[in-house]
Write a protein that binds this ligand. Sequence first.
Ligand code: GMT
Length: 382
Amino acid sequence: MRIGITCYPTYGGSGVVATELGRFLAKRGHTIHFISYAVPFRLAREFSDRIFYHEVETVDYPLLAHQLYTISLGAKMAQTIKDAQLDILHVHYAVPHAISAFLARSVLRSEKVKIITTLHGTDITLVGRSPSFFPIVRFCIERSDAVTAVSQWLKKETVREFGIRRRIRVIPNFVDTDKFRRGPTPCKRSLYVKPGEKIVMHISNFRPVKRLGDVIRTFKLIQGEVPSRLLLIGDGPDRDMARQLARQLRIQKRVVFLGKQDCIEHFLACADIFLLPSESESFGLAALEAMSCGVPVVASRLGGIPEIVIDGETGFLAEVGDVEGMAAKAIEILRNPTLARQMGQRARGLVEKKFRADFIINQYERLYFDLLSKPSKRPFTY
Ligand code: GMT
């Protein structure tokens, strides 16, 4: 198949999932055309003669106060559908990608290319829900040939918020279990901790929704009981607040800010515990990546997280903002090597069973083949 993929190319779970999907599909012999404004970051070091990248050009003109990305993307999609004879155009994150895809197909006046929209979370729960976007997002969900959501929770939210009646398939996110595992990646604990100290880790885009302050406060309690250091990977608006808080709590020497990192598997393979105290999370890809590396996760009980972190089995869940509860659970794991090992093994086992790449890629591939085998329901009617 000739498959177009559009995603946000910078750091973020939806871009990671879209890029990995493209990589794995290319390995299966499909031709992949990424359409975006930059090379997706996990693709930058990849070579494949089956993967192409089409850069969206924006128009700069004094009259245009705002960049017309939705239109520019639609134009590039239309051109790529035509030139590369795409069978499938799979967009990740509805806003504005699904809108641009619809525009592209309308311009071409053809329903030959099938549009698949994968909902990732805030495209529904935050951006898509805003009153001005709501009707257009609902329209695009309804007009896509197929819609998938990354968790059962997100599917329910979409149906509830948008009153959607059409079918939404749940295809969860996945992880490359060969890359994300304890064994092969160099684990340089000595770079960050002294012998006997534990590594507590958090990876995110440091936006308020991730509750970085809770990560710091939880760690303050943990390090009071268990010799440990907190490794923070990522960057974003709450970085300075987190530094300041660490100073205020007098733990700044125990908190290491590692900034944005491309090869997070190298770090996760060293971690003893992963914290994800978010106040909204449709899935929580970073938690899945940690689990794939055999790391127990302590996280908020909300959104799609309970679909991957099984409370008491692969980690622990607590209510949002329950810093004491999360710290107590983390301390319980860190003090008990047997529990930590068992939870890590079960986490890895769950990922291998339900979230490994080949298993999920099969589901997307089957969906594409299904759509292509069915004739268009209606003649062109826009
Ligand atoms: O948080 C965002 O808005 C970014 C977005 C993304 O593009 O990565 O994250 C969402 O999609 C991820 C990949 O499916 C999920 O793992 C995240 O849970 C989800 N974020 C939220 O729901 C807040």
